[in-house]
Design a protein around this ligand. Structure first.
Ligand SMILES: [Zn+2]
Length: 130
């Protein structure tokens, strides 16, 4: 792999933006084949050129800034999606209620029958089926 190291010295390399573009490019290439679309194919070529350009770019500062901008937009979206997925996983083991008094979100384990839940915020007690 020495030749590869030699090629990559002074060049930017792969970052999160390039990795994401690569995933988009793979999806695009599948879609372009599925729909037999020249437009999607051309779009995929542009993406691949952009990935290559960024990876072998010598303007490391500029590429770094691009990646930071990308992460600023992408990270909140990713966290939101992760939160949703975690909540969906949680639905199997927990039930979610809102306190009828203060609207505090309450999480109780499933399958315990009828139980009394006391809101930790306002101490309101409710009987709920779990
Ligand atoms: Zn409450």
């Amino acid at each position: 792999m020495n030749w590869f190291k030699k090629i990559m010295t002074g060049r930017y390399g792969i970052d999160q933006l390039s990795t994401t573009l690569l995933i988009v490019s793979i999806i695009l290439s599948i879609l372009s084949r599925f729909f037999n679309s020249d437009i999607l194919n051309a779009l995929n070529m542009v993406l691949l050129i952009a990935i290559f350009y960024r990876t072998f770019s010598r303007d490391i500062g500029k590429r770094y800034q691009e990646n930071i901008k990308f992460l600023n937009i992408w990270s909140p979206i990713r966290n939101k999606v992760r939160g949703r997925i975690n909540r969906m996983k949680g639905l199997r083991n927990y039930r979610y209620y809102k306190c009828s008094n203060c609207k505090q979100k309450l999480r109780v384990p499933r399958g315990k029958g009828r139980i009394s839940i006391t809101c930790p915020k306002c101490n309101m007690a409710m009987i709920k089926r779990t």
